[in-house]
Design a protein around this ligand. Structure first.
Ligand code: DQA
Length: 148
């Protein structure tokens, strides 16, 4: 059987993981963590994309959203502002899991609202980088998605 294709997308400022506010986001860079994830999930065809540009994230969602098995999306601050990305999540057929490294609900009120969550298969917040691993386990399950 072909490996499931899953793309992790990180939005603005997440290229700075490891350097950026480590007390909130931890001290590990995402490239290093992605190597660990690839080893942890050898049964998936796992890809990673990061951009600081809303349009580039939209283009990527359109590119993979009708052919991949799933997308893990940490939209960074665009989560709280981008109706265009919310519309793209609604438009595509691949299930999207929204991830936030920090517990956005314990932070500033402008981080409490997500334009994306309504269109996502699930949302994981506040689990640090482990949130990406937990999201990937959604595609590893034996129970059909409809049971959730
Ligand atoms: C974030 C939370 C957002 O509010 C913030 O703008 C980010 C990172 C997180 O992973 O905790 O850039 O998405």
């Amino acid at each position: 059987m072909a490996k499931k294709k899953i793309l992790i997308i990180n939005g603005p400022n997440l290229n700075l993981l490891g350097k950026r506010e480590p007390e909130i986001y931890g001290s590990q860079g995402f490239e290093d963590y992605f190597k660990i994830l690839k080893k942890q999930f050898p049964k998936f065809n796992l890809k990673y994309f990061q951009s600081n540009h809303e349009g580039a994230i939209l283009d990527k969602l359109h590119e993979v959203g009708f052919s991949y098995d799933g997308i893990v999306l940490n939209g960074g601050a665009l989560t709280h502002t981008s109706i265009a990305i919310a519309d793209a999540i609604a438009a595509i057929t691949a299930p999207v899991i929204e991830v936030h490294i920090s517990n956005v609900h314990a932070r500033e009120t402008f981080r409490h609202h997500s334009y994306f969550s309504k269109y996502c298969a699930g949302v994981i917040v506040g689990m640090g980088l482990t949130g990406y691993e937990l999201a990937l386990r959604f595609w590893d399950r034996k129970t059909p998605a409809k049971a959730f």
